[in-house]
Design a protein around this ligand. Sequence first.
Ligand SMILES: NC(=O)c1ccc[n+]([C@@H]2O[C@H](COP(=O)([O-])OP(=O)(O)OC[C@H]3O[C@@H](n4cnc5c(N)ncnc54)[C@H](OP(=O)(O)O)[C@@H]3O)[C@@H](O)[C@H]2O)c1
Length: 367
Amino acid sequence: MAGLSRLFQRITTPFRHKKQVPTVNTSAQPTAETTKMPSAKPLSTGPVGFGLMGMTWRANQTPDEQAFAAMKAAVTNGATFWSTADFYGTSDPTAGLGLVRRYFEKYPADASKVTLFVKGCADPKSLYPTNNRAGVRTSVDNCLRALGGAKKIDVFGPTRQDPSVPLEETVGELKRLVEEGKIGGIGMSEVGAETTKKAHAIYPLSLIEVEFSLWSTEILTNGVAATAKSLNIPIVAYSPLGRGFLTGQLKSVKDIPEGDIRLYFDRFQPENFDKNLELVDKLKAFAQKAGVTPAQLALAWVLSNSNSGECGTIVPIPGATTAQRVEENTKQVKLSSSQKAELDAILNSVPISGGRYNPQLEMTLWG
Ligand SMILES: NC(=O)c1ccc[n+]([C@@H]2O[C@H](COP(=O)([O-])OP(=O)(O)OC[C@H]3O[C@@H](n4cnc5c(N)ncnc54)[C@H](OP(=O)(O)O)[C@@H]3O)[C@@H](O)[C@H]2O)c1
């Protein structure tokens, strides 16, 4: 685990620059400027997707048997959009992709059911972006090697933007990789509205992956949701359970294991953690009244924003390491408009203490 702690210490220096479930078929449609361009392939998934980070980017890796059961539960319950990265491993950065490979080697019939998004273009030691032409290509080739042909890369994209590399170079190379058949489409992670527009004009984006949850609502006001909607780009909502905080399972910072990445983030510092529990307490009471779990409530709120108001399609991707949690998270829970309004009022009444990451990493967000 020392490895992950060291990594997060390093990256705090600034960057250089089969139940039947309803299926969400999302497809980025060409805009006026992009009508002559190919449109992105649709993502096919139930309303909730699945984040694989926690299985391998932690002090303790999830044993295959347990991980496979969770992954199988995701497929069975329609959570067939999966998000991973080429650095989601502690001692071996490719551990996340290795897990995906082993799963699909065991269950080859599931490969065509899952839409796999892989984030890459990050130096595995420092996580600095490697978004230049050679970096993009090397990252894709490494991912394909790690997946060993067991699963294709349906969508690929850089983890963060690199201000020192023109977007045209990054997306231009990704476009070539689509044309060569090495990746199925292009997705961007932690992007702002302007980059989304610019990238989409170079090649239609299949998705953008940004943080969105009951305690991270920025996309509703910073133009990201509105831009994605106007371009018909699906939003993949990452950390929709607030990295576990919104589930009510964490009572104190002491509940977070040593070396866990959350310990490097502002909201999980003791002075902020305790203040933020006020929101969790209110959510727990609300969930109890509604007869759902806090995790289900958090996901239902994210979904209540999908195709509503400022927002186009939003697919939350909760991470979970057990089949039981995947089943809980994929259970359909719908908020009534009065419940949504009540929850929004709670959010407005409780200020969140601390940023999503930390001051150094914040400058890499909304790039
Ligand atoms: N693009 C980016 O920069 C970026 C950044 C962060 C994350 N992501 C993506 O988003 C995905 C999800 O984010 P995340 O894992 O950070 O946070 P999250 O989904 O908000 O929360 C995951 C945490 O909640 C716990 N949990 C899940 N379901 C639960 C339930 N029903 N009851 C109680 N606890 C529950 C998990 O526990 P266990 O895992 O122990 O079961 C884990 O600790 C990641 O896998 C990754 O793919 C992307």
